[in-house]
Write a protein that binds this ligand. Structure first.
Ligand code: ADP
Ligand code: MG
Length: 508
């Protein structure tokens, strides 16, 4: 007899249904798994055998064959243990097979029959809900599964025995509840940064329009300090964004005790990060830092210290909002709509441009260091600003400092204006930085002086088409912060100056 249990395989954040077919029949005593299992799935055999034994069920002295269908879809991970175990139990009549058909099942088994948490339970729950099925997952993952749908039936047992008892009616498992992490109260505040008014303004503009930002300045100027304060002026995630972000976090196995959070992601990978760590992939298909930063911020400190190839692999996600990873025989993609914030010293020794400083290697110190960044990458950064060393006067007598709360209020207002504009036109974007090029004419109306000024500037600065579009998007944000609909000359002028065209030319 063949018993069937449904589980899932992950392709990006999508959960694809997988049919686990278990046959217990006559023949040589053996336990085989077929259907493109990876190593972890292959080893599942031993865990299932151990867990069944610990739960008081011995495997029959027969031939057990497990087929994971569709056979040509690669199966990765340890979450196939539980569906295989349940399939075997149904095949030998230890649990009623008909009850299993309404569930999607995933979980890893210990030799003692306990269920260990697995990654990807939230996307699996969403997938199960889409199929009109219920879910069985390990207890530790129950609260994340509960987010998929408040009405969905979810079983989150601690062990195989608990689950068997539930099916036999001797123990009832209650539905886990969805949990949210409390609001962020411990974020560093912009009020701590003394002076640096223009850098703070740039940070506010970047936050308001979702623009990429690069800060260039001597060591100790406060660049890292400024970047770490960006989360405090960003709005919390919308419910739809929150689910998207959490699905990626769930696949990466980084959802702390199954609680979701509405904080915008802020990821700051170290500059030794590999391409797999940054963009995703590696031995197992896993989302990388750009995807973990989806709907939030990717902060790359000491930008030129990153491997140039690794940096260039960011170009595609920055453009398309998606990280595509090639696997041996297929490709997967994860969402990666990010805001890139980067910081760097002007030269290797870190002090070029400071009054009275002469680099020992002369001009080369600066030009060699900056040459590590490719033109196409820089072209994708809307704001490139200089952050000069903070003066002693600012440190000693800083005057009144604006706190993150009031900056956040202005950012929120500008974001609302953008969202309304996109909604009115039925467009899917949310921030000016992601305005589709085809809609720029319509969304960024220029008055006559602005138009003339921009066309002159585009010629003198030899802006690329992408650069030209990015100036328009940035000017749109400046006008939104001023709460005016038509973009004026002053907005174009500020947008051009914030692009810092000269910052990199002088070093070349
Ligand atoms: N504008 C500032 N206001 C207050 N403290 C500052 C400022 N700039 C730098 N500092 C101090 O200097 C330290 C180093 O700043 P950091 O942000 O790491 O510099 P950078 O990243 O530019 O090299 C900070 O931790 C902070 O204590
Ligand atoms: Mg720093």
């Amino acid at each position: 007899m063949v018993s069937r249990v449904t589980t899932v395989a992950f392709q990006g954040i999508e959960a694809v249904p997988v049919d686990v077919q278990v046959q217990v029949g006559p023949g040589m005593v053996a336990f085989t798994i077929v259907g493109l299992p990876d190593k972890a799935v292959g080893e599942s055999r031993e865990r299932v055998r151990g867990a069944l034994h610990a739960s008081g069920l011995a495997l029959p002295a027969k031939r057990v064959t497990v087929n994971l269908a569709p056979a040509d879809l690669p199966k990765e991970g340890s979450h196939y243990d539980l569906p295989i175990a349940l399939g075997v139990m149904a095949a030998i009549g230890a649990i009623p097979a008909d009850q299993l058909s309404q569930y999607v099942v995933l979980g890893e088994l210990g030799l003692d029959g306990d269920l260990a948490p697995v990654t990807g339970v939230l996307p699996a729950a969403m997938g199960a809900n889409g199929l009109g099925k219920s879910l069985i997952c390990p207890k530790a993952c129950g609260s994340e599964a509960a987010w998929a749908d408040p009405d969905m039936d979810i079983l989150a047992p601690q062990s195989l025995i608990q689950l068997a008892n539930h099916f036999q009616g001797t123990q009832v498992l209650s539905r886990p509840s969805a949990k949210l992490r409390g609001p962020a109260t411990d974020l560093p505040d912009l009020g701590d940064v003394k002076g640096q008014e223009s850098a703070k303004r740039a940070l506010e503009i970047a936050a308001a329009g979702g623009h990429n930002l690069l800060m260039v300045g001597p060591s100790g100027a406060g660049k890292s300090m400024l970047a770490s304060r960006l989360p405090s002026i960003l709005q919390p995630l919308e419910p739809r964004e929150l689910l998207e972000v959490s699905m990626i976090t769930s696949l990466a196995g980084e959802l702390a005790d199954g609680r979701l959070t509405d904080r915008r992601p802020f990821r700051a990978p170290h500059h030794s990060a590999s391409m797999a760590a940054l963009v995703g992939g590696g031995i197992k298909a896993k989302p990388g830092e750009v995807s973990l930063a989806h709907n939030g911020v990717l902060f790359l400190d000491e930008l030129p210290e990153f491997n140039p190839q690794v940096l260039d692999s960011l170009r595609q996600p920055l453009e398309t909002g998606e990280a595509v990873i090639a696997r041996a025989n297929h490709r997967v993609s994860y969402p990666a709509r990010i805001q890139l914030i980067a910081a760097m010293n002007p030269c290797r020794c870190g002090h070029a441009g400071e009054p009275g400083h002469q680099c020992r290697r002369g001009h080369k110190c600066q030009s060699d260091y900056q040459a590590r960044l490719s033109g196409p990458l820089l072209d994708r950064i809307d704001l490139r600003i200089e952050v000069p060393a903070v003066t002693a006067r600012d440190l000693i007598n800083p005057g009144s400092q604006e706190t993150s709360k009031s900056v956040a209020a202005r950012v929120a207002r500008a974001r609302r204006i953008q969202e309304d504009r996109f909604r009115e036109r039925g467009l899917s974007g949310r921030t000016n930085a992601h305005t589709p090029a085809g809609h720029l004419e319509d969304l960024v109306p220029l008055d006559q002086p602005a138009r003339a000024f921009l066309s002159d500037a585009a010629d003198t600065l030899a802006l690329s088409a992408r650069g030209y579009h990015r100036v328009l998007k940035l000017a749109r944000t400046l006008a939104d912060l001023d709460d005016v609909e038509t973009v004026g000359r002053i907005h174009i002028a500020e947008a051009l100056s914030l692009r810092g065209e000269t910052l990199f030319r002088q070093a070349a």
